[in-house]
Design a protein around this ligand. Structure first.
Ligand code: ADP
Ligand code: MG
Length: 232
């Protein structure tokens, strides 16, 4: 039964720095794989953003999450860092599927992933509309720890039995509000049914509409609920 009441999980944060919301917490405190930490620092990230501070630790512990935080607050690293830690511990069985509403976002997420896994031998692919589907086939020949894509292309590859959605262990729904705005609700529901049982589900959104709560709470298992609000 859902206990998700948007009024109950408001945490205030002051915006500072270009990432919007910075905390004082350094990445060194997270006990990450040393190479991952080095890659984070090489990107120029010094302290966690508020959404990262509130999400990364529970995600490392395997919790589901519903995270609401405005664009530019650092949500991508908030989900990729725990994904990479989990993938490093079980690279043969681990598959995260990151579903995004647009091609541009999908490409940005994979780019961030690649910059974070330099030297770590984890593999990703992006499957988006508007590209020749034949070039997707080759990428699916190798074990991928992270698959990023838009709903239509992911379903297409699943229909063709190329992408095995039932092997997904972690599902990330990024920009969920935009996904619904763009009319992907049925595609997302189909994807979720094909994935079936999974270890972890992460939902990120810039906004939260009360009429989405029923759908959201059906997707998540006892999630932590984080909402970062701009108080500045
Ligand atoms: P969102 O998904 O919330 O819109 P992004 O993940 O795209 O935000 O991040 C926005 C920008 O902030 C990106 O340029 C990203 O590289 C940068 N960024 C993310 N986390 C940090 C951090 N901890 N410190 C500095 N910059 C960061
Ligand atoms: Mg984002």
């Amino acid at each position: 039964e859902s206990t998700l009441d948007p009024r109950l999980f408001v945490k205030k944060a002051k915006p500072s720095g270009q990432a919007g919301f910075r905390t004082e917490k350094s990445f060194e405190t997270l006990n990450l794989n040393p190479r991952l930490l080095a890659n984070i620092l090489a990107k120029g990230y010094q302290t966690l953003t508020t959404i990262q501070e509130q999400s990364i630790q529970p995600l490392l512990e395997g919790r589901d999450i519903m995270a609401i935080s405005k664009t530019g607050s650092g949500k991508t690293a908030a989900f990729l860092i725990p994904i990479i830690e989990h993938a490093l511990k079980d690279s043969r069985n681990y598959t995260a599927l990151v579903v995004t509403p647009t091609r541009e976002l999908a490409l940005q997420i994979e780019e961030e992933f690649k910059s974070l896994v330099v030297g770590l031998q984890l593999y990703s692919a992006t499957f988006i509309g508007g590209t020749n589907i034949n070039s997707d086939y080759k990428q699916l020949e190798r074990k991928l720890q992270v698959v990023v894509g838009t709903p239509g292309r992911l379903l297409d590859l699943s229909d063709r039995k190329l992408l095995k959605l039932n092997q997904v262990t972690t599902l990330v729904l990024d920009e969920f509000d935009r996904m619904l705005d763009m009319g992907f609700v049925n595609d997302v529901k189909k994807l979720i049914n094909l994935i079936g049982k999974r270890d972890q589900t992460l939902l990120f959104s810039a906004t939260l509409e009360p009429n989405q709560m029923q759908l959201i709470s059906a997707l998540l298992n006892n999630p932590i609920e984080v909402k970062v609000e701009n108080s500045g």
